[in-house]
Design a protein around this ligand. Structure first.
Ligand code: FRU
Length: 506
């Protein structure tokens, strides 16, 4: 382990100048070095190596899709956070850009450039993010040096908010003066608005509203737009985001464990909740959204690891972003989530086409670790229909995705991995019963498995098979007959120009 680690550090050291990867070639060399790892995603936005957490500063700018993310260039662990950067022309193919934001040794972001957003201030790309300094969390402002968004000029007026609100009293911890971080900025009714995540001293998580006129260094505190129930909604809210979905607004927050959403009305600094639920039921956290030039909201989340720190050190990387999901209202005013349409461009080879009927039997569908599967399933009189991914030739490793009669979809990780450092806990969600067939879309990419059911219920899981041949895919019905009205499976290509690994199917 130590030998591996030292050789990786030595190899990566040449790729850095002053803690920043030298150039795009250095980054792609780092990425290529990890390309033999079958658990590395091929078509998700991942760090070139080392650590990634939240998506940040998502912006469609000058015809390009920019994704920044919480990045530690020093190793696969959370420390001294920078902003990593990836760019795409088509939302499907990505390239690494040099690190975009670095902590300034004497600045308010000395100990880390934490989460924040990007927005268009009268033609100037601008970011607001949280600087970490000692036990303080400080709002920091920067503007793009040019249209490439590779470099940012930090405002000398940071922190742009220096006094914490007095009412309600904010929660402090042993580590922090107050929880006061993460920024979501929008323009409305002639003023800039921003939300900051926090928690109140003897209550729940909250999203604090500030507004500003033209001067982005002069913010007025307006109060919380919503405060949660500490039991159900958590004591601290990170990464709040308010999206205008037309008829309704969507507020979502991350509370250390899950991403809860609230759908309702927003006016005059108050959010009225009509419905609430989870944006995703699995390994998905701190999402943020991009408004594309054609008016869509696309949301990315952080797919955190489900293996321990030593496994992350061995791998040399940690964390990946989810696929971009289109978030909108359906005809009944409910929240709809589905993969961005552009992802169809990744399809390379069809592994299966056409419906099947199965009675207590199993059917092999092929092999692969970069797969898209779409199925319309009727349980008929079967107890269960399952899709098994990542099964080894000897059957010792396997991950069944089960759709059961009690209207649940579950990812069973009991036998996903022979490595005891990976979690075995199942991930499960209830899927409201429907008259029609259950529509399931599954994306498998190395260790990432993302499920979309009926364009509403999402479940992201991480799995880490160890066998080189744990790439078998099959479907099965148990306890009777299930009809799969349509079943399409594709092998997907890579998103990264410099990724030399061949497509994974045999
Ligand atoms: C969420 C979060 C944010 C913070 C960032 C630090 O995962 O804790 O609240 O800004 O990550 O990396």
């Amino acid at each position: 382990l130590l030998e591996n680690l030292l050789s990786t550090l030595a190899a990566d050291a040449g790729a850095f100048v002053d803690g920043r990867p030298k150039d795009a070639d250095a980054l792609s060399a780092m990425r290529s070095r990890l390309s033999d790892d079958p658990n590395r995603p091929q078509y998700h936005v991942s760090p070139p190596a080392n650590w990634l957490n939240d998506p940040n500063g998502l912006i469609h700018w000058d015809g390009q899709f920019h994704v920044f993310y919480q990045y530690n260039p020093g190793g696969p662990y959370h420390d001294t956070i920078h902003w990593g950067h990836a760019v795409s022309d088509d939302l499907v193919h990505w390239r690494d850009e040099p690190v975009a934001l670095t902590p300034s040794p004497d600045g308010p972001d000395r100990d880390g450039c934490w989460s924040g957003c990007a927005f268009d201030n009268d033609g100037e790309a601008t970011i607001l993010y949280t600087g970490g300094r000692g036990d303080e969390q400080l709002p920091c402002l920067a503007t793009a040096a040019d249209q490439s968004l590779r470099g940012w000029e930090k405002s000398s007026a940071t922190p742009v908010i220096s006094d914490l609100p007095e009412a309600p009293p904010l929660r402090s911890t042993d580590d922090w003066v107050a929880e006061f971080r993460d920024h979501n900025v929008w323009y409305e009714n002639g003023r800039w608005h921003q939300l900051i995540g926090s928690g109140v001293e003897s209550g729940g998580g909250t999203a604090l509203l500030y507004t500003a006129g033209d001067d982005l260094t002069d913010w007025r505190y307006e109060g919380p737009i919503l405060t949660g129930d500490p039991e159900r909604d958590g004591a601290m809210w990170e990464c709040p985001e308010l999206l205008d979905l037309g008829e309704k607004r969507l507020l979502h927050i991350s509370n250390y464990e899950e991403v809860r959403y609230y759908l309702g009305e927003y006016a005059d600094g108050e959010f009225d909740v009509e419905t609430t639920g989870l944006l995703d039921h699995g390994d998905f956290y701190a999402p943020q959204s991009m408004r594309t030039d054609d008016g869509r909201w696309l949301t990315w989340g952080w797919c955190w690891e489900a293996r321990d720190e030593s496994a992350q050190w061995d791998a040399g990387w940690s964390g990946t972003l989810s696929l971009p999901r289109r978030v909108e209202l359906d005809d009944d005013g409910r929240l709809r989530q589905r993969p961005a349409a552009e992802l169809a461009e990744l399809r390379e080879r069809r592994l299966h086409e056409g419906g099947v009927e199965l009675t207590d039997e199993r059917r092999e569908l092929g092999r692969g670790r970069s797969i898209e599967l779409r199925a319309e399933i009727r349980l008929e009189d079967a107890d269960e229909f399952s899709i098994t991914v990542c099964e080894s030739a000897d059957g010792d490793e396997r991950t069944p995705i089960r759709y059961t009669r009690d209207s649940h979809v579950e990812v069973d990780r009991t036998e996903s991995s022979a490595d005891p450092r990976s979690t075995k806990a199942p991930e499960r969600m209830s899927v409201s019963p429907v008259d029609g067939p259950l529509e399931l879309t599954a994306y498998l990419d190395g260790s990432v498995l993302e499920l979309f059911v009926n364009e509403r219920h999402c479940l992201t899981t991480r799995i880490y098979p160890t066998a080189a041949d744990a790439d078998r895919l099959s479907v099965a019905a148990t306890g009777g007959t299930a009809t799969v009205e349509s079943l399409d499976v594709w092998e997907l290509g890579s998103a990264w120009e410099h990724d030399e690994r061949a497509a994974s199917a045999v």
